[in-house]
Design a protein around this ligand. Structure first.
Ligand code: NOJ
Length: 473
């Protein structure tokens, strides 16, 4: 341990920056890549605030040297990026591997390593081939095999150099609102109250299958494989039992639904999730719970299938119990969870509605994860603020506070091994299009050459990393 001012980081702590394929690559139909579900959503619906798409995005497909230059300038140890499934398997299946897709990621990985930057590769960050969406997307149990085959192709081609893999990014998020091909939930019982649980069931089995393939077939590669879960901190609004239970329930439905089967001795979905969905389903006259059951074999297959946990943490929200306000007879995941959200008006706001600067929430989230996972190694795989100004003092303030909280949590015994800023670059922010900026680097999207410019926060982080490292020497 080395103490730098008030900050404490282990000697081999990893600092990184993160992106995702659909949000930065562009080249949406170049060199053999097929349409992804997000190409489809952006081209055929009006769900995107500025009606934009990922056709060009940051053009990182053609500008990987510039991305690496920015990473180098920041002085990070690691880069977290994702692979585009339709770029390497245009049909969705492993019988047809696209050589140019393989070439692109090989080049990226080789150049990173040549610059002493280690890759952390997310296998799936929301952009599966549209052809698989037409087969039902993640509600189709066959996706377990298709995903496992896809993961195998990734291990085969890149695993000699990639030693850190994450199977899925934020499954809770995409199971809730991005899997329908049309974007956001469509207001039907099937989509609001059934599909998110089918999706969770499929994802957990797919993750476990990929883990076993990696450990059984690629043990020689000697790498680590984990999963990335979203974890907002949910603080009870009051100290009444009702609000405390409500915030626990919200954490279990958002984080526990994925973490419990993988990281606890018991395995399986959390008790509160199983009980609530079963009870409400009964009341709503379903013949069985809307939450699919795992077999004993599934539970054993899924338990203990992560060498590390990635958490994406941005913010905190205050939770109160909404049990008295909901109509129990209307099936929906919202009613299953039954909580209301609010914030403290004194919290500094970002430029996106859900994100406030609340550094103590990170500390609490990390302590919660420590207990939940029995102190498993954790990467903070995303953490960042939304602000457009080049002189982004709000983001600087955010990172000062969050890195302080992180350092406090490390001093207090959490097993946090790395921190990745979201994001290296401004990029396509899903339903918000290009209207919301998360980049350490500003990208001018009106200029065809998409120039990148360091924001104040990039300079601040660079100095911070440099200072921590030089004190670590
Ligand atoms: C989490 C997602 O993984 C990422 O894709 C997104 O851009 C950030 N949150 C910010 O909303």
């Amino acid at each position: 341990m080395v103490v730098f001012s008030a900050y404490v980081f282990p000697k081999d702590f990893i600092f990184g920056a993160a992106t995702a394929s659909f949000q930065i690559e562009g080249a949406w139909n170049e060199s053999g890549k097929s349409e992804s579900c997000w190409d489809h959503i952006t081209h055929f619906t009006d769900k995107i605030d500025d009606h934009s798409n990922g056709d060009i995005a940051c053009d990182s497909y053609h500008k990987l040297d510039e991305d690496i230059k920015a990473l180098k300038e920041l002085g990070v140890d690691s880069y977290r990026f994702s692979i585009s499934w339709p770029r390497i398997l245009p049909d969705g299946f492993s019988n047809n591997v696209n050589p140019d897709g393989i070439r692109y990621y090989n080049e990226l990985i080789d150049k990173l390593l040549a610059n002493n930057i280690t890759p952390l590769v997310t296998i799936y960050h929301w952009d599966h081939p549209q052809s698989l969406q037409l087969l039902g997307g993640w509600t189709n149990p066959r996706m377990v095999e298709y995903f496992a085959d896809y993961a195998r192709v990734a291990f085969e081609h890149f695993g000699d150099r990639v030693k850190q893999w994450a199977t899925f990014n934020e499954p809770e998020k995409f199971c809730r609102d991005t899997i329908w091909g049309e974007g956001l939930s469509l207001g039907s019982v099937a989509l609001d109250a059934v599909a998110p649980y089918l999706c969770a069931h499929t994802i957990l089995r797919a993750h476990a299958k990929a883990y076993h393939i990696y450990k059984n077939e690629f043990s020689k590669q000697n790498g680590k494989l984990g999963i990335v879960l979203n974890l907002t901190w949910y603080e009870p609004l009051t100290n009444t039992t009702k609000d405390i239970d409500a915030s626990n329930r919200k954490l279990e439905f958002e984080f526990g639904i994925y973490a419990h089967p993988i990281f606890t001795k018991d395995g399986d979905f959390p008790k509160v999730v199983k009980e609530r969905v079963a009870n409400l389903s009964k009341l709503q006259s379903f013949t069985k719970s809307r939450l699919p059951e795992f077999t004993e074999e599934d539970i054993n297959e899924i338990r203990d299938t992560a060498d590390f946990l990635g958490i994406n943490h941005y913010t905190t929200s205050l939770i109160s119990d909404a049990s008295d306000e909901i109509d129990l007879f209307t099936p929906s995941t919202f009613n299953d969870i039954a909580v209301n959200y609010t914030i403290d008006p004194s919290w500094p706001a970002s430029e996106i509605f859900w994100l406030y600067d609340v550094p103590w929430g990170l500390y609490k989230a990390l302590m919660y994860v420590k207990n939940y996972t029995n102190n498993h190694p954790v990467y903070i795989t995303e953490n960042g603020f939304c602000e457009e100004a080049i002189d982004d003092q709000g983001r600087v303030h955010y990172y000062q506070g969050y890195l302080q909280s992180l350092s406090n949590a490390i001093s207090d015994g959490t097993n946090i091994v790395g921190h990745y800023a979201w994001s290296l670059l401004d990029n396509f922010e899903w339903y918000r299009g290009y209207t919301k900026k998360f980049g350490l680097y500003y990208v001018n999207f009106t200029d065809p050459s998409r120039p990148r410019t360091a924001r104040s926060s990039a300079k601040w982080l660079k100095n911070f990393i440099h200072d921590v490292k030089s004190n670590n020497l």
